[in-house]
Design a protein. Structure first.
Length: 209
C-alpha cells in the first residue's frame, strides 16, 4: 500500500461512552492500537491521529504507537475540522489517504488491501473507494490525494460526505468480506457487542490455524 496515509479521527468527546473511544480495550490493546496494528500489517505509511477532547491520554497513546499527532484545539467545531487538520499534516509522498473514525477499530488489514487494489495506485475513473458489506457503506473511506483541496475548502460545519456526494461518478463501492467496517462503537452496548464479536473472531481464527 505504497503512499497511503491513514487519518484517524479521535478528537470527539465520547459523551455517550463515558470514556475516550480511542482507549477502549479490545483483547488487551486499545482501539487506537488495533487500528495502528492493522495499518502496519497492511503496509500503510504511519497514521496521523487527530486528537481534541481527552487530548492528553489519547495523544500519549498515539505517541506511544509512533503516530503523528495533530491537535484540534477546537474539536467542538466538528469532525470536518479534525479531518482538515489531519489533511494539513499529510506528507508529500502521500498518494492517497484513509479517513478512519476511531470508533471503527476492528477492520481487517485485508480490507485495506482490497481498497488499495481497487485504487490501483493510479487515479482513473474513480478517486473515492468506500468499503461495503451487505450492501451498506462502511469505514474507513479511501481517497486519492487529488481530493485534498476539496476537503480543505469545505466550511467547518459542512460534513465531509459532501465531497462524496459532489460527484458520484468518481465513487466506487468496494465489496469486502468484513462486517467490522459497519461498526460504530459509540455506546456501551455497541462496545459490548463488538468485544464479544471480536472474541468470536479470534477464536475462529485460532481454530483455522
Amino acid at each position: 500500500m505504497t503512499g497511503v496515509v491513514p487519518i484517524v479521527l479521535a478528537a470527539g468527546a465520547s459523551e455517550r461512552m463515558g470514556a475516550p473511544k480511542a482507549l477502549l480495550d479490545f483483547g488487551g490493546a486499545s482501539a487506537l492500537e488495533r487500528i495502528v496494528r492493522t495499518c502496519r500489517e497492511a503496509g500503510t505509511l504511519p497514521p496521523i491521529v487527530v486528537v481534541g477532547h481527552e487530548r492528553e491520554p489519547v495523544g500519549a497513546e498515539a505517541e506511544r504507537l509512533e503516530c503523528f499527532v495533530v491537535d484540534n484545539a477546537e474539536p467542538d467545531r466538528g469532525q470536518t475540522s479534525s479531518l482538515q487538520g489531519g489533511l494539513g499534516a499529510l506528507p508529500e509522498e502521500a498518494a492517497a489517504f484513509l479517513v478512519w473514525p476511531v470508533d471503527v477499530p476492528l477492520v481487517k488489514a485485508a480490507t485495506l488491501r482490497v481498497l488499495a487494489e481497487a485504487y490501483g495506485g493510479d487515479e482513473g475513473e474513480h478517486s473515492i473507494f468506500l468499503p461495503c458489506h451487505t450492501c451498506k457503506r462502511g469505514h474507513p473511506g479511501f481517497f486519492a490525494a487529488s481530493l485534498v483541496d476539496e476537503f480543505l475548502d469545505l466550511p467547518e460545519k459542512q460534513p465531509a460526505s459532501e465531497v462524496i456526494h459532489h460527484d458520484l461518478a468518481r465513487v466506487l463501492e468496494v465489496d469486502v468480506d468484513d462486517p467490522r467496517v459497519l461498526d460504530r462503537i459509540n455506546t456501551l452496548e455497541a462496545y459490548r457487542i463488538a468485544v464479544a464479536g471480536d472474541r468470536r473472531q479470534e477464536s475462529g481464527d485460532r481454530r483455522q490455524e
